[in-house]
Design a protein around this ligand. Structure first.
Ligand SMILES: Nc1ncnc2c1ncn2[C@@H]1O[C@H](COP(=O)(O)OP(=O)(O)O)[C@@H](O)[C@H]1O
Ligand SMILES: [Mg+2]
Length: 231
C-alpha cells in the first residue's frame, strides 16, 4: 500500500506515494523544508483519520504552530485533533517519555516506549525531528541508534526521520538503514536561493532521482516533477 505524502507533486517522484509502514530519512541543510514537509505529512494523516505522532527537539508545539501559520495547509486545525500526538522533547512530558541522556538502558527503554505508544495508540504516521535528538539521548549511554531505528522500521507506522546534513556526501547509519532517503537542497545561485528536492533511494520503488524544484507557496511546499534543477 502507498500513502500520500501530503506534499503536492512529491508522490509523482515515488511511483504514486510512500510505501506504508516504512522508515524514511529526510536530509538537508537548515531551512531547506524538512520540518514543513513533515508538518504537511502529519496533516495529510489527520485528513485521513490516521493517528499521528510528532516528536520534536527543535520546536515546542506553540513554536511549530506559529512557524506553520505562514501557510494555510490546515496544520493549525490538525495539531489540535485527537489523533495528533505532539511530543516536545524538552517539556516535562517529553522528558518523562524519552528519558534523560546517558540514563542507563535508555536506548532499550526509549525503544520499548516508542514502539508501545505506536501500537497501543494506533499510530500510522510518525515524525522524529531530528536525529540530533537521538544523538543527544543516546550519546553517553548505549553507543548506537541502530537498534532504535531497527525497532522503528518494524512498527506498522510510516516514519519520517529528519537528519540535518550540510555535506551531501557525508552519509550516516540512518541513510543506510532506512527504506528511503530524500534530500532537500538549498543553495545560493545568482544571488538568489535555489531550492530543490531529490529522492536518493526508495526500496521497491521505481524512483525519479532528479533534483526537482521545490517552491514554498501559500498552501505549503510544492514539488515540480516536470522540471529539474541543475547544479
Ligand atoms: N510562508 C512561509 N512561512 C514560513 N516559512 C517560510 C515561508 N516561505 C518560505 N519559508 C522558509 O521556510 C524555511 C523553513 O523551512 P523548514 O521546513 O523549517 O526547514 P528545515 O526543517 O529544513 O530547517 C524558512 O527558512 C523560511 O525562510
Ligand atoms: Mg527543521
Amino acid at each position: 500500500m502507498r500513502i500520500p505524502s501530503g506534499v503536492s507533486g512529491f508522490d509523482d517522484l515515488v511511483d504514486g506515494g510512500l510505501p506504508a509502514g516504512r522508515l524514511y530519512v529526510l536530509s538537508g541543510p537548515p531551512g531547506s523544508g524538512k520540518t514543513t514537509f513533515s508538518a504537511q505529512f502529519v496533516t495529510e494523516g489527520i485528513r485521513h483519520d490516521e493517528g499521528c505522532l510528532y516528536v520534536s527537539m527543535h520546536e515546542s508545539k506553540a513554536d511549530l504552530r506559529a512557524d506553520m501559520n505562514g501557510y494555510d495547509f490546515g496544520f493549525d486545525q490538525a495539531i489540535d485533533r485527537d489523533g495528533m500526538h505532539f511530543l516536545d522533547a524538552f517539556s516535562s512530558e517529553g522528558k518523562r517519555f524519552l528519558g534523560s541522556p546517558g540514563e542507563s538502558g535508555n536506548r532499550s527503554k526509549l525503544t520499548t516506549r516508542l514502539s508501545g505508544f505506536i501500537s497501543s495508540r494506533g499510530i500510522d504516521r510518525v515524525v522524529v525531528d531530528s536525529t540530533m535528538l537521538l544523538d543527544y539521548l543516546l550519546k553517553d549511554g548505549d553507543d548506537s541508534m541502530i537498534p532504535f531505528l531497527t525497532a522503528l522500521k518494524r512498527t506498522d507506522a510510516t516514519t519520517l526521520l529528519i537528519s540535518e546534513m550540510t555535506d551531501p556526501t557525508a552519509y550516516s547509519d540512518e541513510h543506510f538503514l532506512a527504506h528511503g532517503v530524500v534530500f532537500f537542497h538549498n543553495y545560493m545561485e545568482n544571488e538568489s536561493m535555489t531550492r530543490g528536492i531529490q529522492v536518493i533511494k526508495m526500496r521497491g520503488t521505481d524512483i525519479d532521482t532528479e533534483i526537482h524544484p521545490l517552491s514554498f507557496d501559500a498552501d505549503g511546499l510544492h514539488v515540480h516533477p516536470g522540471s529539474a534543477v541543475y547544479r
